[in-house]
Design a protein around this ligand. Structure first.
Ligand code: ZN
Length: 167
């Protein structure tokens, strides 16, 4: 079991036919984006059709799990009662490395809200919310030279097949 940041009473995400592959990869702690197999464009969240070329063919493409803060907001109200002792918390939009600018909405954890800045390097951390449900959160990345990040992402990039994760 991974570290926990949010309570069990959080509303659970519901996978659709288009997103189930993404959630299966997440359950294995792999952060993927959908990539068009006709024009190569990546997109997130998953959708049925490529917004660039209209192709319906796609595959799951691994990302290194790092990125930068594109924008964020600090939530100071407990919109869900079980979050009362979790506020303030940070909702973040992360621009993912190795994903052609694809962005993901998540939470930034292990950080004081006052310390968050746009452009801050972040890395994924997985929160197991159940036996088959893992949710990606992000935390400030360990300090590494900016040039090292590009090398790491190239080495970590592998093709994610569509056969994984099924039980
Ligand atoms: Zn396309």
């Amino acid at each position: 079991m991974t570290e926990r940041w949010f309570p069990d009473e959080m509303p659970m995400p519901a996978a659709s036919a288009e997103t189930v592959g993404w959630w299966e990869a997440a359950a294995d702690h792999r952060l993927v984006v959908q990539r068009c197999t006709d024009c190569g464009r990546t997109r997130h969240p998953p959708g049925p059709v490529c917004p660039r070329c209209r192709s319906s063919s796609s595959e799951w493409s691994a990302t290194p799990g790092t990125g930068t803060v594109y924008t964020y907001t600090v939530v100071r109200q407990a919109f869900i009662p079980s979050l009362r002792d979790k506020i303030p918390y940070v909702v973040v939009v992360v621009e993912l490395d190795g994903a052609q600018g694809a962005r993901i909405v998540s939470n930034l954890v292990d950080v004081e809200p006052e310390e968050v800045t746009v452009g801050m390097p972040v890395e994924v951390v997985w929160e197991d919310m159940g036996p088959e449900l893992a949710v990606p959160r992000f935390r400030p990345a360990a300090a590494v030279p900016a040039s090292a990040g590009a090398t790491a992402s190239a080495g970590a990039r592998t093709s994610a097949g569509g056969d994984g994760g099924r039980r």
